[in-house]
Design a protein around this ligand. Structure first.
Ligand SMILES: [Zn+2]
Length: 325
Protein backbone atom coordinates (compact mmCIF):
# COMPACT_ATOMS: atom_id res chain seq x y z
CA UNK A 1 0.00 0.00 0.00
CA UNK A 2 1.90 3.01 -1.35
CA UNK A 3 5.16 1.65 0.07
CA UNK A 4 4.07 2.56 3.57
CA UNK A 5 3.77 -0.07 6.25
CA UNK A 6 0.21 -0.46 7.37
CA UNK A 7 -1.08 -2.63 10.18
CA UNK A 8 -4.58 -3.77 11.05
CA UNK A 9 -5.85 -1.54 13.84
CA UNK A 10 -7.53 -4.43 15.60
CA UNK A 11 -4.30 -6.39 15.82
CA UNK A 12 -2.40 -3.35 17.04
CA UNK A 13 -4.90 -2.74 19.86
CA UNK A 14 -4.92 -6.40 20.84
CA UNK A 15 -1.12 -6.56 20.97
CA UNK A 16 -0.80 -3.36 22.94
CA UNK A 17 -3.76 -4.22 25.13
CA UNK A 18 -5.39 -0.88 24.27
CA UNK A 19 -9.11 -0.39 24.35
CA UNK A 20 -10.50 0.64 20.96
CA UNK A 21 -13.91 2.21 20.39
CA UNK A 22 -14.98 1.87 16.80
CA UNK A 23 -17.94 3.70 15.33
CA UNK A 24 -18.40 1.95 12.03
CA UNK A 25 -21.23 4.23 11.02
CA UNK A 26 -19.03 7.28 10.97
CA UNK A 27 -15.78 5.44 10.29
CA UNK A 28 -14.30 6.98 13.42
CA UNK A 29 -12.14 5.18 16.00
CA UNK A 30 -10.79 6.18 19.39
CA UNK A 31 -7.94 4.17 20.85
CA UNK A 32 -7.28 4.54 24.55
CA UNK A 33 -3.56 4.02 25.03
CA UNK A 34 -1.70 3.91 28.31
CA UNK A 35 -0.51 7.51 27.88
CA UNK A 36 -2.74 9.05 25.25
CA UNK A 37 -6.16 8.84 23.62
CA UNK A 38 -6.02 9.01 19.83
CA UNK A 39 -9.07 9.56 17.60
CA UNK A 40 -9.13 9.36 13.82
CA UNK A 41 -11.40 8.73 10.83
CA UNK A 42 -10.98 6.31 7.96
CA UNK A 43 -9.91 8.14 4.83
CA UNK A 44 -8.23 10.97 6.68
CA UNK A 45 -4.69 11.60 7.84
CA UNK A 46 -5.84 13.99 10.53
CA UNK A 47 -6.04 12.72 14.08
CA UNK A 48 -6.72 14.06 17.52
CA UNK A 49 -4.23 13.23 20.26
CA UNK A 50 -5.77 13.95 23.64
CA UNK A 51 -8.12 16.32 21.85
CA UNK A 52 -5.39 18.16 19.96
CA UNK A 53 -5.15 17.93 16.19
CA UNK A 54 -2.20 16.32 14.50
CA UNK A 55 -1.47 14.74 11.17
CA UNK A 56 -0.26 11.35 10.04
CA UNK A 57 2.01 11.08 7.04
CA UNK A 58 -0.57 8.79 5.42
CA UNK A 59 -4.31 8.34 5.92
CA UNK A 60 -6.04 5.59 7.84
CA UNK A 61 -7.56 3.22 5.29
CA UNK A 62 -9.96 0.40 4.72
CA UNK A 63 -8.39 -2.70 3.30
CA UNK A 64 -10.34 -5.90 2.76
CA UNK A 65 -12.86 -4.99 5.42
CA UNK A 66 -10.26 -4.09 8.03
CA UNK A 67 -9.21 -0.68 9.29
CA UNK A 68 -5.53 -0.23 8.47
CA UNK A 69 -3.30 2.32 10.19
CA UNK A 70 0.17 3.43 9.09
CA UNK A 71 2.80 1.81 11.33
CA UNK A 72 3.83 5.25 12.51
CA UNK A 73 0.60 5.46 14.52
CA UNK A 74 2.42 3.47 17.21
CA UNK A 75 4.61 6.43 18.01
CA UNK A 76 1.64 8.56 18.95
CA UNK A 77 0.99 6.23 21.85
CA UNK A 78 4.51 5.62 23.08
CA UNK A 79 6.12 9.06 22.93
CA UNK A 80 5.70 11.15 26.08
CA UNK A 81 4.95 14.28 24.05
CA UNK A 82 2.70 12.31 21.71
CA UNK A 83 4.05 14.15 18.68
CA UNK A 84 1.78 17.08 19.35
CA UNK A 85 4.43 19.26 17.86
CA UNK A 86 1.86 18.50 15.20
CA UNK A 87 0.32 21.71 16.49
CA UNK A 88 -3.02 22.90 17.61
CA UNK A 89 -4.38 23.23 14.12
CA UNK A 90 -7.78 23.96 15.50
CA UNK A 91 -6.94 27.43 16.61
CA UNK A 92 -5.77 28.34 13.16
CA UNK A 93 -9.22 27.93 11.72
CA UNK A 94 -11.57 30.64 12.80
CA UNK A 95 -14.24 31.43 10.21
CA UNK A 96 -12.82 34.08 7.90
CA UNK A 97 -13.98 33.24 4.43
CA UNK A 98 -17.64 32.43 3.83
CA UNK A 99 -19.06 31.23 0.54
CA UNK A 100 -22.71 32.10 0.04
CA UNK A 101 -24.55 30.02 -2.52
CA UNK A 102 -27.62 31.66 -4.10
CA UNK A 103 -29.92 28.73 -4.86
CA UNK A 104 -30.88 27.84 -8.46
CA UNK A 105 -30.16 30.18 -11.42
CA UNK A 106 -30.21 30.18 -15.21
CA UNK A 107 -32.43 27.45 -16.64
CA UNK A 108 -33.43 26.46 -13.08
CA UNK A 109 -35.79 29.13 -11.71
CA UNK A 110 -36.48 27.35 -8.41
CA UNK A 111 -39.79 27.71 -6.61
CA UNK A 112 -42.67 29.98 -7.57
CA UNK A 113 -45.14 31.54 -5.18
CA UNK A 114 -47.76 34.23 -4.82
CA UNK A 115 -45.87 36.77 -6.96
CA UNK A 116 -44.15 36.50 -10.32
CA UNK A 117 -40.71 36.77 -8.70
CA UNK A 118 -39.11 33.33 -8.81
CA UNK A 119 -36.77 31.83 -6.22
CA UNK A 120 -33.53 32.26 -8.23
CA UNK A 121 -34.01 36.03 -8.32
CA UNK A 122 -34.72 36.28 -4.60
CA UNK A 123 -31.81 34.05 -3.53
CA UNK A 124 -29.31 36.00 -5.66
CA UNK A 125 -30.42 39.40 -4.44
CA UNK A 126 -30.59 38.26 -0.81
CA UNK A 127 -27.16 36.60 -0.98
CA UNK A 128 -25.60 39.81 -2.31
CA UNK A 129 -27.17 41.78 0.52
CA UNK A 130 -26.04 39.25 3.17
CA UNK A 131 -22.54 39.35 1.65
CA UNK A 132 -22.48 43.15 2.08
CA UNK A 133 -23.47 42.90 5.74
CA UNK A 134 -20.78 40.28 6.45
CA UNK A 135 -18.11 42.18 4.49
CA UNK A 136 -18.82 45.30 6.51
CA UNK A 137 -18.14 43.18 9.61
CA UNK A 138 -14.74 42.21 8.20
CA UNK A 139 -15.48 38.80 6.72
CA UNK A 140 -14.27 37.70 3.34
CA UNK A 141 -17.35 36.63 1.39
CA UNK A 142 -17.75 35.25 -2.08
CA UNK A 143 -20.73 33.94 -4.03
CA UNK A 144 -20.99 30.78 -6.11
CA UNK A 145 -22.83 32.86 -8.70
CA UNK A 146 -23.19 36.62 -9.00
CA UNK A 147 -25.57 36.63 -11.95
CA UNK A 148 -28.36 34.55 -13.44
CA UNK A 149 -26.28 31.51 -14.39
CA UNK A 150 -26.88 27.83 -13.91
CA UNK A 151 -24.43 25.96 -11.67
CA UNK A 152 -24.80 22.22 -11.07
CA UNK A 153 -25.34 21.32 -7.43
CA UNK A 154 -22.17 19.27 -7.16
CA UNK A 155 -20.11 22.21 -8.45
CA UNK A 156 -21.30 24.58 -5.77
CA UNK A 157 -19.38 23.14 -2.83
CA UNK A 158 -16.46 22.50 -5.20
CA UNK A 159 -16.27 26.25 -5.73
CA UNK A 160 -16.15 26.78 -1.96
CA UNK A 161 -13.37 24.20 -1.59
CA UNK A 162 -11.33 25.73 -4.41
CA UNK A 163 -11.53 29.12 -2.78
CA UNK A 164 -10.43 27.72 0.57
CA UNK A 165 -13.63 28.80 2.31
CA UNK A 166 -14.27 28.06 5.98
CA UNK A 167 -18.04 27.89 5.79
CA UNK A 168 -20.61 27.21 3.07
CA UNK A 169 -24.13 28.57 3.26
CA UNK A 170 -26.71 27.86 0.58
CA UNK A 171 -29.61 30.34 0.37
CA UNK A 172 -33.07 29.20 -0.75
CA UNK A 173 -36.73 30.16 -0.47
CA UNK A 174 -39.41 27.57 0.16
CA UNK A 175 -42.74 26.66 -1.40
CA UNK A 176 -45.58 24.47 -0.22
CA UNK A 177 -49.04 23.40 -1.32
CA UNK A 178 -50.30 24.71 1.97
CA UNK A 179 -50.40 28.50 1.82
CA UNK A 180 -50.42 28.73 5.62
CA UNK A 181 -46.77 27.70 6.03
CA UNK A 182 -44.33 30.52 6.71
CA UNK A 183 -40.94 31.12 8.29
CA UNK A 184 -37.29 30.18 8.04
CA UNK A 185 -35.83 26.70 8.24
CA UNK A 186 -32.18 25.80 8.65
CA UNK A 187 -30.87 22.51 7.24
CA UNK A 188 -27.65 20.66 7.80
CA UNK A 189 -26.33 17.54 6.17
CA UNK A 190 -27.67 14.32 7.57
CA UNK A 191 -24.47 12.33 8.10
CA UNK A 192 -26.33 9.14 7.19
CA UNK A 193 -25.52 9.75 3.55
CA UNK A 194 -21.89 9.19 4.43
CA UNK A 195 -22.79 6.17 6.52
CA UNK A 196 -24.39 4.55 3.55
CA UNK A 197 -21.27 4.91 1.41
CA UNK A 198 -19.08 3.63 4.22
CA UNK A 199 -21.23 0.62 4.96
CA UNK A 200 -21.45 -0.34 1.33
CA UNK A 201 -17.71 -0.07 0.90
CA UNK A 202 -17.08 -2.00 4.10
CA UNK A 203 -19.48 -4.73 3.04
CA UNK A 204 -17.64 -5.06 -0.24
CA UNK A 205 -14.30 -5.01 1.55
CA UNK A 206 -13.25 -2.03 -0.48
CA UNK A 207 -11.07 0.85 0.42
CA UNK A 208 -13.08 3.98 0.65
CA UNK A 209 -12.26 7.62 0.30
CA UNK A 210 -14.44 9.82 2.42
CA UNK A 211 -15.56 13.11 0.90
CA UNK A 212 -12.81 14.80 2.87
CA UNK A 213 -10.05 12.46 1.70
CA UNK A 214 -6.85 14.34 2.32
CA UNK A 215 -5.37 13.82 -1.12
CA UNK A 216 -7.68 16.12 -3.04
CA UNK A 217 -7.68 18.98 -0.63
CA UNK A 218 -5.55 21.89 0.32
CA UNK A 219 -3.94 21.85 3.73
CA UNK A 220 -6.21 22.57 6.58
CA UNK A 221 -9.55 21.91 4.99
CA UNK A 222 -9.63 18.27 6.05
CA UNK A 223 -8.98 19.37 9.60
CA UNK A 224 -12.05 21.53 9.54
CA UNK A 225 -14.00 18.75 7.93
CA UNK A 226 -12.97 16.04 10.31
CA UNK A 227 -13.65 18.14 13.34
CA UNK A 228 -17.01 19.05 11.96
CA UNK A 229 -17.80 15.48 11.12
CA UNK A 230 -16.15 13.42 13.81
CA UNK A 231 -18.69 14.31 16.38
CA UNK A 232 -22.09 13.95 14.93
CA UNK A 233 -23.59 15.36 18.08
CA UNK A 234 -21.34 18.37 17.88
CA UNK A 235 -22.22 18.84 14.22
CA UNK A 236 -25.89 18.87 15.01
CA UNK A 237 -25.33 21.18 17.93
CA UNK A 238 -23.45 23.62 15.71
CA UNK A 239 -26.26 23.59 13.17
CA UNK A 240 -28.82 24.19 15.91
CA UNK A 241 -26.66 26.97 17.30
CA UNK A 242 -26.39 28.60 13.88
CA UNK A 243 -30.12 28.22 13.27
CA UNK A 244 -31.10 29.52 16.66
CA UNK A 245 -28.79 32.51 16.48
CA UNK A 246 -30.05 33.52 13.04
CA UNK A 247 -33.63 32.58 13.93
CA UNK A 248 -33.59 34.75 17.05
CA UNK A 249 -32.34 37.69 15.02
CA UNK A 250 -34.97 37.47 12.30
CA UNK A 251 -37.71 37.03 14.92
CA UNK A 252 -36.57 39.95 17.06
CA UNK A 253 -35.60 42.34 14.31
CA UNK A 254 -38.26 41.82 11.66
CA UNK A 255 -40.86 39.60 13.29
CA UNK A 256 -40.29 36.70 10.89
CA UNK A 257 -41.01 33.19 12.05
CA UNK A 258 -38.26 30.67 12.77
CA UNK A 259 -39.27 27.06 12.21
CA UNK A 260 -36.14 25.34 13.48
CA UNK A 261 -33.25 23.15 12.38
CA UNK A 262 -33.66 19.97 10.34
CA UNK A 263 -31.35 17.31 9.02
CA UNK A 264 -31.57 16.59 5.31
CA UNK A 265 -29.62 15.03 2.51
CA UNK A 266 -29.60 17.95 0.16
CA UNK A 267 -27.37 17.17 -2.76
CA UNK A 268 -25.82 20.61 -2.58
CA UNK A 269 -24.50 19.90 0.94
CA UNK A 270 -23.54 16.29 0.38
CA UNK A 271 -20.04 16.83 -0.96
CA UNK A 272 -19.13 19.63 1.39
CA UNK A 273 -15.93 19.00 3.28
CA UNK A 274 -16.27 22.21 5.22
CA UNK A 275 -19.08 23.11 7.64
CA UNK A 276 -22.17 23.72 5.56
CA UNK A 277 -25.78 24.74 6.09
CA UNK A 278 -28.76 25.60 3.94
CA UNK A 279 -31.20 28.37 4.80
CA UNK A 280 -34.76 28.28 3.51
CA UNK A 281 -35.41 31.92 4.28
CA UNK A 282 -39.19 31.86 3.98
CA UNK A 283 -42.20 30.58 2.02
CA UNK A 284 -42.91 32.14 -1.37
CA UNK A 285 -46.34 30.50 -1.23
CA UNK A 286 -47.46 32.30 1.94
CA UNK A 287 -49.68 35.26 1.11
CA UNK A 288 -47.84 37.76 3.33
CA UNK A 289 -44.34 36.31 3.44
CA UNK A 290 -44.34 35.53 -0.27
CA UNK A 291 -45.21 39.14 -1.12
CA UNK A 292 -42.62 40.46 1.32
CA UNK A 293 -39.85 38.31 -0.13
CA UNK A 294 -40.55 39.89 -3.52
CA UNK A 295 -39.87 43.36 -2.08
CA UNK A 296 -36.30 44.63 -2.03
CA UNK A 297 -36.90 46.64 1.16
CA UNK A 298 -37.92 43.47 3.02
CA UNK A 299 -34.97 41.56 1.58
CA UNK A 300 -32.64 44.26 2.90
CA UNK A 301 -34.11 43.90 6.40
CA UNK A 302 -33.94 40.12 6.17
CA UNK A 303 -30.33 40.22 4.92
CA UNK A 304 -29.36 42.55 7.76
CA UNK A 305 -30.88 40.20 10.35
CA UNK A 306 -29.38 37.06 8.79
CA UNK A 307 -25.98 38.74 8.46
CA UNK A 308 -25.98 39.84 12.08
CA UNK A 309 -27.08 36.39 13.21
CA UNK A 310 -24.28 34.75 11.24
CA UNK A 311 -21.74 37.18 12.67
CA UNK A 312 -22.86 36.35 16.18
CA UNK A 313 -22.65 32.65 15.44
CA UNK A 314 -19.20 32.88 13.84
CA UNK A 315 -17.77 34.85 16.74
CA UNK A 316 -18.95 32.13 19.12
CA UNK A 317 -17.58 29.51 16.78
CA UNK A 318 -14.22 31.26 16.80
CA UNK A 319 -14.10 31.54 20.59
CA UNK A 320 -14.72 27.83 21.00
CA UNK A 321 -12.47 26.72 18.12
CA UNK A 322 -15.42 25.10 16.43
CA UNK A 323 -16.64 23.28 19.49
CA UNK A 324 -19.48 24.50 21.63
CA UNK A 325 -18.12 22.93 24.78
ZN1 LIG B 1 -34.43 26.17 -3.59
Amino acid sequence: MHGVDYMPLKLFCAEMNYECQWDRFRGVATVHGSRHDVTFAVGSSVLLVDGRAGRLTHPIRWYRGAVMAPQILEEYFTEPAARTTAVQLLQRHPVRHIVLDPGHGGKDPGARGVTSTVEKVITLDLSKRIADVLRQAGYQVSLTRSNDTYIALEDRTKIAHQRGADFFISIHANANNSSSLQGMEVYYLNPKSMTHELNRAAAQGKMVALPYAASSMQAGADVKAILWDMRNVEHRRQAIELGNTVGRKIANKIGAKYRGVRAARFKVLRDANIPAALLEVGYLTHSTEGRRLAQSSYRQQLAQAIGEGLQEYFSTYRRTDGFTQ
